[in-house]
Design a protein around this ligand. Structure first.
Ligand SMILES: C[S@@+](CC[C@H](N)C(=O)[O-])C[C@H]1O[C@@H](n2cnc3c(N)ncnc32)[C@H](O)[C@@H]1O
Length: 245
């Protein structure tokens, strides 16, 4: 990310209260699937890393439903989220583009709703950053470990391009129009489901769960920033090698 875009992301999330204290099933469709999957594949010695986990609500659910694990949350704005909802979570400051963990460090990596915030000066650069992040996530997983991605997608590349440039323009000018879904600190680079899956497969990770659901978007956002075909993807991949089931 460049200085402008990474400054925008940090400023936005430093000011967000809702990611600081949220608790519970925030993704009512995807979270139970993740927890059930992890309950089948994790054990008490598993190391679970969430990247961009905010207050740690998802790791708290993992702790509650899957059992005691070693839990890490790697956040770009750790000061904002220094109080995690579960004291068992170790909060680490870091960027998903260059994770501060050794290769093969963990058994599970979870990343929810972060990839579309990785923005460079152009769409092409932004997609390159999302790809770089997915490569980093796979790097820190041990062979046989699992990568769990929940991400907002856009089914139409052209409309996603236009949404990127509209949000970039408003961010550059420093103007937000909340009623139209435009925040002066938010630039969005949505990927298509196929793009996310191809990035995952490119790391040598086999996709074992793939679900792409449509989400309802308020009418005004659909027409102003062309988010009619926004949805939420859940992708779980297993890194090649190892013998974890
Ligand atoms: C939309 S919020 C999602 C929070 C949580 N994962 C969820 O789904 O509710 C994005 C989160 O990712 C963090 N984040 C943004 N860019 C990041 C980066 N490059 N590396 C690590 N975390 C990042 C933000 O601070 C924020 O907590």
């Amino acid at each position: 990310m460049n200085q402008f875009t990474s400054g925008k992301v940090k400023t936005f999330f430093e000011e967000q209260d809702n990611y600081r204290d949220r608790k519970g099933m925030v993704h009512a469709e995807q979270d139970p699937v993740i927890l059930e999957f992890m309950a089948q594949h994790a054990d008490a010695s598993s190391i679970v890393l969430e990247v961009g986990g905010g207050s740690g609500y998802m790791l708290d659910l993992v702790n509650l439903h899957v059992g005691p694990n070693r839990l890490y949350n790697c956040e770009i704005v750790p000061g904002t989220y220094r109080v995690q909802v579960n004291p068992a979570i170790t909060l680490v400051g870091g960027d998903c583009l260059q994770l501060p963990f050794r290769s093969g460090f963990c058994d599970f990596v979870i990343i929810k709703n972060v990839l579309h915030h990785l923005v460079g000066g152009t769409r092409k650069q932004s997609k390159g950053l999302a790809l770089q992040a997915v490569n980093e996530l796979a790097r820190v997983l041990r062979p046989g470990g699992h990568l769990i991605i929940v991400e907002q997608h856009h089914r139409h590349r052209l409309f996603a391009d236009i949404a990127f440039w509209i949000t970039m323009l408003f961010a550059k000018v420093g103007v937000g129009v909340p009623s139209l879904g435009l925040n002066k600190n938010v630039i969005v680079s949505f990927l298509t489901p196929a793009e996310i899956e191809s990035y995952v497969r490119g790391t040598g990770t086999n996709i074992v769960v793939s679900d792409h659901a449509k989400v309802e978007i308020p009418f005004i956002y659909r027409v102003t920033i062309l988010l009619k075909d926004l949805g939420r993807s859940l992708i779980i991949g297993k890194v090649e090698g190892g013998n974890q089931s």
